[in-house]
Design a protein around this ligand. Structure first.
Ligand code: E4P
Length: 219
C-alpha cells in the first residue's frame, strides 16, 4: 500500500518525508493555485525535494492536441513526474498515444467502474477514482473502490488504483480495506487521522501510572 500526499505545498512534503510512509505526491490546478508561487517553479521544487517520489502533475490545456503537447512537456520537466489527464472521452486517443510513447499517465476525475475499465484497457499507470466528490452529492463514494479492485484483478490489468479525493479517516480506511494500490490524502487529513485520540490518551494513562512507581531511570 502506497501513500501519496495530496498537496502542492513543498513544506508539507518535506515535513512528512522523515516519517517514511510517503511514496509520492498528487498536485492539481486547485492546490497549485493556493501556493502563490509560479506553478512550474513549484513543481520543479517539489520534484527535487522528493526525487524518489512519484509526483503527479495535471494538464491544464483543453484541446486534445494541446493536451498531448502539454503532457509531453510536463513529463519532460523531471524524471519522477506522472502526468494527470482528466477522464474525458475526448482525450482517450491522446491517452492511448501517450501510453504507447511510454509516458506515465494518471487518469484523474474517474467516477465510475466503466470509466476505470476503459482506462485500464488503455494501459495507464494509475486511475484516480474520486471518493469525496461522490459523497458531496450524497452517494457512498467508497463502494466504487471495491468494484474497481475486483475488475482490475478479474481482467489482470496492470493499472494501479490510486484512491483520491479522500477527506477523512473513513475514506482512508476504505482505500486500504478495498485493496487500492495507493491512497492520496491531504497532509492535514493524514495528520488528524494518524494522531489517534485513543493512542494519545493511552500514552497519558500509562505515563501517569508509571509515575506512581517513583522510578527515575529505566531500565
Ligand atoms: C488528487 O489527485 C485529486 O486531485 C484530489 O484528491 C481531489 O480532491 P478533492 O476532491 O478533495 O478536491
Amino acid at each position: 500500500m502506497k501513500i501519496f500526499l495530496d498537496t502542492s505545498n513543498k513544506n508539507d512534503i518535506v515535513k512528512w518525508l522523515p516519517t517514511g510512509i510517503i511514496d509520492g505526491v498528487t498536485t492539481n490546478p486547485t492546490t497549485l493555485s493556493k501556493e502563490g508561487s509560479e506553478p512550474k517553479k513549484q513543481i520543479l521544487e517539489i520534484c527535487s525535494a522528493f526525487p524518489q517520489g512519484d509526483i503527479s502533475v495535471e494538464v491544464t490545456e483543453q484541446e486534445p492536441d494541446k493536451v498531448y503537447a502539454q503532457a509531453k512537456e510536463i513529463a519532460g520537466l523531471a524524471k519522477n513526474i506522472t502526468v494527470k489527464i482528466p477522464c474525458q472521452l475526448r482525450y482517450y486517443a491522446v491517452i492511448k498515444k501517450l501510453v504507447e510513447e511510454k509516458i506515465a499517465i494518471n487518469v484523474t476525475l474517474v467516477f465510475t467502474l466503466i470509466q476505470a475499465t476503459m482506462m485500464c484497457k488503455l494501459g495507464v499507470r494509475y486511475i484516480s477514482p474520486f471518493i469525496g466528490r461522490w459523497d458531496d452529492i450524497d452517494v457512498q463514494g467508497a463502494d466504487i473502490l471495491y468494484e474497481i479492485r475486483a475488475m482490475v484483478d478479474e481482467y489482470g490489468y496492470k493499472t494501479q488504483i490510486l484512491a483520491a479525493s479522500l477527506r477523512s479517516a473513513l475514506h482512508l480506511h476504505a482505500a486500504i480495506a478495498s485493496g487500492a494500490d495507493i491512497a492520496t490524502i491531504a497532509p492535514e487529513v493524514l495528520e488528524k487521522t494518524l494522531n489517534h485520540l485513543l493512542t494519545n490518551q493511552g500514552v497519558e494513562k500509562f505515563l501517569h501510572d508509571w509515575a506512581k512507581t517513583g522510578v527515575k531511570q529505566f531500565p
